[in-house]
Structures are given as structure tokens and as C-alpha cells.
Ligand binder design. Structure first.
Ligand SMILES: [Mn+2]
Length: 413
């Protein structure tokens, strides 16, 4: 018995607001379906974030319908859970996957968490946020108990696990039941294939580049899905790569050599079938950045779908920035260097302390720090301003505002 495992296809995602990028996501999904049929599998598992939103556009829905019916025509059923993108966090809300039940999609849900495919026990749950951890853990325990009655079992989840995610995870690796043969996971957009439980734990990664931070993984593992053979004593996992429709190019240029840098990129991309996405880092910029951007656009605009420049007023490779013995760049030094223009030691201290607290997920302490800063430098300044009693206009204390949402660059959801 063989199955294909994919996740995080994010159909309907219009990256950078570009319809071309939305079509890229559809195109790669269609290729994945064709490759799955070529692989001659018995069934398919989709581990969530099938759609970009819980209310997909007709085009996103039709793209999925086409793929599902193509699989059905080849006699290949699909099992699917809802991910955090497909889910509406409201009681009684239903994910878009449910629309396709009549077309044969087997939705793994809180109501129907288990299936049998031949002798394989398939269990799973839709995405659970960390705030519902208690319910989630008790449901996992129930599924684990049921799995103990079967020789071959698969657990399907869409969650972040600390071992692979590091930040914003909902589950620690030790909390995952260890009696399944295969863990079909989704949520992390990079490819992970690890030994766990009675076999393997796999994140197939996203189908397309959903965030630029996925580039290093894409260059190493490509994008695609896996095919799993369950016949032996342990699952056999094979990675199947699927070409993405257009290239993502990331280059670092130095302002002093900007023209030759641009010429080099021109040479690389001029014969591409589809215009690439260009991510450019330009170091040591000592000129007006909008003028630099105009120049880049003039030279490369027609050859690329999108140019995303980052301008640095210093050199990221400056050896002075390598502060620790492990050869890592100290993030705090970069922050201070970036804040040089403000020439304010208090702002430097706030930024580095905040960085430190937030990287340790210390939310309350971070809020307290911001409050202190506000009290010390802002509230008083305002008080002693001009003596006029404009108290009503005073900002509310920060803690009364909405919860601070922190998203780190490189987060993968
Ligand atoms: Mn996702």
C-alpha cells in the first residue's frame, strides 16, 4: 500500500497582490496531482492549509475540484484535514474542505477523526490553536489508544512542534503519541523527514514559495510531496520534487558595484521562461534609496515579475558584526548599528532588550518593558510639555491596548 502525502498548498494565495503568483500556486498544484497519478499510489493525504483562506475564491475552489476529480478518475481517494488557514475560529464553523465530501473527499475532522484504508488506520485532527491545548491533548490520547489496536497507523495533524518550529509551536515533541507508524504533518513549509514513534514523521513542506524565508529550504530540498510505502516493517519515504513555475532570485549587491551587479543579474535572468521574483539586498547605500530603486527598476523591471529590494546603509558582511566565537552575527549588534541614525542610547537599549525578551517568548516582560519606556521618556515629556492641561489627549497606557502580535520574519505558517 502506497500513499502520497502533501500539505500547505495555499490555493488562492495572491502573493504580493499579483494574480500571476496566484496562478503559479494553481499551476504547481496541478503538476502535483499529475505526479501523484504517475506515482500510482492508493490514496492521498493532505495535511492542511489546502486553501489560503477559509473563504476561498471560486477559482481556488475550482482548481481543487479539478484536481480531486482527476484523482477520483484514477481511482485515488484523498483524505484531508483543515489547517490554520482553512479554519474559521468560531464554534460550529466548517472548513471549505467539507464542500467536496460529495465528490469523494474524506474529511478528517473532530466529528470523523478516524478512517480505515484497507488495513491502515488513519487518524487525525484539524488545526488546534495553543489556547485549546487541553482538548487537543485529550483527543490525541484517544486516537493513540485506538491506534494501539492496529498494526499500521497514520496520524494526520497540522501543528507546529517545538523540535522543528522553535517559535509559536502548539506541541512539544514529547507530547506526540509514539505508537503511530507515520506522522503526516503540515504547517511547517520546509521539508522535514525525521524518525519518530514506530516510523517516520514528515512535513512535506509547502507546494510553492509562500514566503521568501523558505528559499534556503527550497534550494536544498526543492518543493513537492512524498510517497510513502507502508508494506514493509517501517514506512519507506520517497521525496518527489515538483518544479515551481518561476524562479526566486536572491542577490546581495554592493552599492559601489551596483552597475556590474545589475548587469550580472540581467545576464542570469534574460532567458528565463517566466519572469522571476528578485530579492535584492544592496549594502553600503549612501545615496537616496528611492533613486537607487528607480535605477534598479529601469534596468531589471521588464525582466522580472517583482523586485523586492532591501537597502542597508552598512555592509552586512562587515567582520565587526561577527560578535560571538561561533561565527554567528550577533543580532543585537545589527540592531544597534541600524539604529545609529537615531543616535539615542535609550532607543538602542530598548530595542536590544525587547529583542532578547521576545526571542525567549517573554510577552509579559516585553509589555512591561515598553510600559516602562513609555513612562520614563514619553509620558513625562508630555506632562512637562507646556503646562497646558490636555490630559484627555494623553495616550492610554500600552497595556490597555490590544494584545501585541509578534510575527518573526522566517515564521512559517
Ligand atoms: Mn501553511
Amino acid at each position: 500500500m502506497k500513499f502520497a502525502h502533501l500539505a500547505d498548498t495555499h490555493l488562492g494565495y495572491r502573493q504580493y497582490g499579483l494574480f500571476e503568483r496566484e496562478k503559479d500556486f494553481y499551476e504547481v498544484f496541478e503538476k502535483v496531482i499529475d505526479k501523484i497519478i504517475e506515482e500510482d499510489v492508493d490514496f492521498v493525504i493532505h495535511s492542511g492549509d489546502l486553501f489560503e483562506t477559509a473563504r476561498p475564491s471560486p477559482m481556488a475552489l475550482l482548481t481543487f475540484q479539478k484536481g480531486l476529480l482527476k484523482l477520483k478518475g484514477a481511482g485515488i481517494p484523498m483524505y484531508a484535514i483543515a489547517g490554520n488557514h482553512d479554519v474559521v475560529m468560531r464554534k460550529g464553523a466548517i472548513p471549505p474542505q467539507v464542500i467536496f465530501k460529495k465528490m469523494g473527499l474524506k474529511v478528517i475532522s473532530n466529528i470523523n477523526p478516524t478512517y480505515m484504508h484497507g488495513d491502515i488506520f488513519i487518524a487525525g485532527l484539524p488545526y488546534f490553536p495553543a489556547s485549546h491545548g487541553k482538548t487537543f491533548r485529550s483527543k490525541l490520547a484517544e486516537l493513540s489508544e485506538k491506534a494501539s489496536h492496529h498494526e499500521k497507523s497514520i496520524l494526520v495533524l497540522h501543528q507546529g512542534i517545538d523540535k522543528y518550529f522553535g517559535y509559536n509551536y502548539e506541541l512539544e515533541i514529547g507530547e506526540l503519541p509514539d505508537n503511530f507508524n507515520y506522522y503526516a504533518l503540515g504547517h511547517i513549509h520546509k521539508y522535514v523527514n525525521d524518525k519518530f514513534g514506530k516510523g517516520n514523521l514528515v512535513y512535506p513542506g509547502s507546494g510553492e514559495i509562500w514566503k521568501t524565508s523558505e528559499l534556503p529550504d527550497y534550494l536544498e530540498n526543492g518543493k513537492g510531496f512524498v510517497v510513502v510505502d507502508m508494506d514493509g516493517p517501517k514506512p519507506l519515504v520517497k521525496r518527489v520534487k515538483v518544479d515551481i513555475p518561476r524562479e526566486f532570485i536572491k542577490r546581495t549587491l554592493d552599492y559601489s558595484n551596483l552597475e556590474s551587479g545589475i548587469a550580472g543579474i540581467k545576464e542570469t535572468i534574460k532567458d528565463f521562461d517566466k519572469k522571476p521574483i528578485l530579492n535584492l539586498v544592496i549594502n553600503n547605500v549612501d545615496s537616496d534609496t528611492s533613486r537607487v530603486y528607480e535605477l534598479i527598476k529601469e534596468e531589471l523591471g521588464d525582466l522580472s515579475l517583482m523586485i523586492r529590494p532591501t537597502f542597508n546603509m552598512f555592509d552586512m558582511d562587515d567582520p565587526e558584526l561577527v560578535a560571538d566565537g561561533n561565527g554567528n552575527v550577533a543580532a543585537t549588534d545589527i540592531i544597534v548599528k541600524q539604529l545609529e541614525m537615531y543616535d539615542n542610547k535609550d532607543v538602542d537599549a530598548l530595542a536590544t532588550d525587547l529583542y532578547d525578551l521576545l526571542s525567549k517568548d517573554k510577552m509579559d516582560e516585553s509589555k512591561e518593558l515598553i510600559n516602562q519606556f513609555y513612562e520614563e521618556f514619553y509620558a513625562h515629556e508630555k506632562d512637562s510639555n507646556d503646562g497646558s492641561e490636555d490630559i484627555e489627549e494623553e495616550q492610554p497606557p500600552i497595556e490597555e491596548k490590544e494584545d501585541v502580535q509578534v510575527t518573526f520574519k522566517g515564521d512559517i505558517q
